[in-house]
Write a protein that binds this ligand. Structure first.
Ligand SMILES: [Zn+2]
Ligand SMILES: [Zn+2]
Length: 373
């Protein structure tokens, strides 16, 4: 009876799914491996279908890291992509953020430049990984890294740390594949970011319809500390970097379509400080008290967006971590009194926003992520 039933299953699998499924039904490990190989080959052969990301029809923003220094199982640390006219610009390369780009299928060789908001490690910890991965993906020129004074020290240190690895890769794969002169980061320092008193702004790139402006923000005692504004064919996105509620963010975000702004829950921060003190952990208690005065709350960010006339506010850099949405009522307490629900969103890794040229549309979607997508 068992034999008959199994034979019937094999025939059914043959009819419905073809020969490979029938082999699996026979429970042969070799056959299962064969079937898996067929699936892998078929899936890898499919085009990645990301080409529309790189046309000139829209300015696009993708979040590639939305956490602050504390671990969050679902978020990399600070990273935002801005894509304009086929070029990918990366604002901050926090730890784990390269993995998010790779899982979204963003081609490394398209990364045209990296823009650091400041030199806290949660904003550049993956810079070495970006250096290596974009080179291995086919980058043929040194990778520009824009930042305020001090960016040269960051790039020099990482270039030195990776020098031995560069040699291994170049020797193994050959100079046509991995030309060693293309491997390094190239510092592109600018002057703003040192003086919140003067609230300066500086155009740091203006080419092919794209203008990028760096501007002072307030993240004391960290200097330089800047935000960036991207203007492309009538559409605009502003990235705050780490800052308190600050007038120069309002000035530079005026009329922007999208403001990506950091957000710290002061109530959750205080809970952690209080509990650490009760548990006799003065280090954590002190750190969680100290960080109150150099970040903005979600409501602060809403007020900045309102004053600037920003159309969509995207919150990011969640501090403390925001690993589950059931924390939202506490985390985003007071937001509904300051801004309509449709005019802000809690960011997440993979959030994609399209701003089509010649329209006022703001289209939100989610990037597929995974090895095979
Ligand atoms: Zn940070
Ligand atoms: Zn910071």
């Amino acid at each position: 009876m068992m034999l008959l039933r199994r034979a019937a299953l094999v025939i059914l699998a043959l009819v419905l799914l073809g020969g490979a499924a029938a082999i699996v039904a026979a429970r042969s490990p070799a056959a299962i491996a064969y079937l898996v190989e067929r699936q892998i080959r078929a899936r890898l052969s499919q085009p990645l279908d990301k080409t529309e990301l790189f046309d000139a029809k829209a300015l696009r923003v993708i979040l590639c890291g939305t956490s602050s220094p504390l671990p969050d199982p679902n978020r990399a640390k600070s990273c935002t992509l801005v894509i304009a006219g086929g070029r990918v610009f990366v604002v901050d390369t926090g730890p784990d953020s390269w993995k998010v780009l790779a899982l979204m299928g963003i081609p490394g060789e398209r990364v045209a430049g990296i823009f650091l908001t400041h030199f806290h490690s949660d904003h550049f910890g993956d810079l070495g990984e970006f250096r290596f991965q974009t080179w291995a993906a086919g980058r043929k020129h040194p990778l520009p890294v824009f930042g305020g004074p001090g960016v040269e020290r960051i790039t020099a240190g990482i270039n030195e740390a990776y020098a031995l690895d560069d040699g291994y890769r170049a020797a193994h794969h050959g100079r046509d594949i991995t030309p060693i002169e293309a491997a390094p980061l190239l510092a592109r320092p600018f002057h703003v970011g040192m003086s919140t008193a003067r609230d300066e702004a500086e155009v740091i790139l203006d080419s092919d319809g794209l203008k990028i402006t760096a501007f002072d923000v307030n993240h004391p005692p960290i200097k330089p500390a800047v935000g960036y504004r991207f203007d492309y064919r009538g559409r605009s996105v502003v990235i705050s970097g780490d800052t308190t509620k600050w007038r120069n963010v309002v000035t530079n975000a005026k009329g922007a379509d999208v403001l990506v702004h950091e957000a710290q829950s002061q109530r959750m921060r205080q809970i952690i400080a209080d509990v650490a003190l009760q548990q006799g952990n003065p280090v954590i208690a002190k750190i969680f008290s100290d960080i109150e005065n150099y970040h903005a709350s979600p409501v602060d960010a809403a007020e900045v967006a309102n004053q600037a006339g920003v159309r969509l506010l995207v919150l990011t850099h969640f501090s403390p971590p925001l690993p589950t949405s059931w924390l939202n009522p506490l985390y985003f307490e007071g937001m509904s009194a300051h801004r309509p629900d449709a005019a802000w969103v809690a960011g997440f890794d993979g959030l994609r926003i399209d701003l089509p040229v010649g329209s006022s549309e703001i289209i939100q979607s989610k990037m597929p992520m995974g090895i095979f997508r």
